[in-house]
Design a protein around this ligand. Structure first.
Ligand code: 1CP
Length: 343
């Protein structure tokens, strides 16, 4: 396992070909996923079936022979475990029936109990049982900020207006909530590690809502708190941590800190200059624009090889997309991208 290309890259060891996996590799663009998905009206009910999660996590591994697998679950399991009442209705995104709409609701929150998420840890065990022994499994959570944004907004949104209003009106209560979420994420990731995951990724998918100062105050402070807790704990101390920041209003080199192993770069980031800034201190994952996968095979090949060539000499490079794959992408296009990384 330690010799897997993915874990080698996270340890800043060179590989002759870059390891490849991609965000949202299991999901709606795969016909085999749709076949399973149609048996459930609420997506969350499917996430609560550990054997099904394992089957779904394996689908992209079986189809493409990827170098890492990611747990099949969702970042919103934590707010659901805090009793915010999550459901994914027909064709739509997440909706909370009981969102955080006032500071009083933060004070009244029930304490987080990691045992409410036993179905996730079972899914980790089931996935490890099915995975080839040399393919690492990535566990994950949302950043405290991203989880707070969904919890206050009550679901997805273009501008997260309610969340931004809450931030301006009740910054201290928001910070209390972020601290609760940081500890919840820590316990959640620790249980994932105890159940068998080999690396962790933190998704700060709504970093772009924040100015540089707000990013520091409401997001990075709590991601650091979470990473400190993980590194202080002997159970999780040696597990590599990957951080994804979506379009942050700050340079990646000023965002990363020593507890983080690897930066997962958003597709708009300039991988070449970031590789220079990092001077080989952190592994780098990224960052093909997922929209390239809607174009011709020739273009996909060229754009993939461009990134691989830039990163050829960088120890610790993992090829990935610069954000999740979308449902409109043909699986055959993904195969072109993977073949290009292995040339
Ligand atoms: O209806 C369906 O079939 C549900 C689609 C779906 C899937 C396949 C959702 C709903 N979540 C997932 C799985 C998922 N989500 C995984 C495991 C699969 C894999 O990666 O192979 C992971 C890692 C996530 C993480 C996740 N969920 C993120 C972070 C990554 C990112 O894209 O920035 C976020 C923001 C979510 C929230 C979420 N869950 C689902 C949707 C449609 C959304 C986005 C909601 C929105 O803001 O509009």
């Amino acid at each position: 396992m330690k010799d897997s290309k993915f874990l080698r890259a996270l340890n800043l060891q060179a590989n002759s070909k870059p390891p490849v996996w991609f965000m949202r590799q299991a999901g709606r663009y795969l016909p085999e996923y749709q076949k399973v998905r149609k048996n459930f009206s609420n997506f969350l009910d499917m996430c609560k079936q550990p054997k099904i999660c394992a089957e779904l996590a394996l689908q992209p591994i079986d189809r493409f022979g990827l170098d890492a697998s990611i747990l099949f679950s969702d970042i919103l399991t934590i707010p659901d475990a805090l009793n915010l009442g999550l459901a994914f209705h027909e064709g739509g995104g997440p909706k909370f029936s009981n969102p955080i709409s006032s500071p009083q609701e933060i004070k009244k929150l029930m304490p987080f109990d990691v045992n409410n998420l036993g179905y996730v840890f079972k899914a980790v065990e089931e996935t490890k049982n099915l995975l080839p022994k040399d393919i690492p499994l990535i566990g994950f959570c949302g950043s405290p900020w991203t989880l707070a944004a969904y919890s206050i907004e009550g679901g997805g949104s273009k501008d997260f207006k309610k969340t931004k209003n809450f931030m301006i009106s009740h910054p201290e209560e928001l910070q209390e909530f972020l601290e609760i979420l940081s500890h919840a994420c820590y316990e959640y990731l620790k249980q994932q590690v105890l159940s068998g995951v080999n690396a962790l990724q933190i998704f700060d998918s709504w970093a772009d809502l924040l100015s540089a100062t707000e990013l520091e105050r409401f997001s990075l402070k709590y991601t650091r708190m979470l990473a400190h807790l993980l590194k202080k704990d002997p159970i999780t101390a040696d597990i590599p941590i990957i951080l994804f920041e979506k379009s942050p209003n700050k340079k990646m080199v000023d965002i990363l800190f020593k507890e983080i192993t690897c930066a997962s770069l958003y597709w708009q980031e300039d991988i070449q200059s970031i590789a220079k800034d990092f001077e080989g201190q952190y592994a780098i994952q990224g960052n093909l624009d997922p929209k390239v996968l809607l174009r011709s095979d020739e273009l996909i090949w060229a754009e993939t090889q461009k990134i691989c060539n830039i990163m050829k000499k960088y120890p610790g490079f993992i090829f990935n997309l610069g954000h999740g794959i979308t449902p409109d992408i043909e699986p055959s296009k993904v195969q072109v991208m993977i073949d290009a990384t292995r040339q």
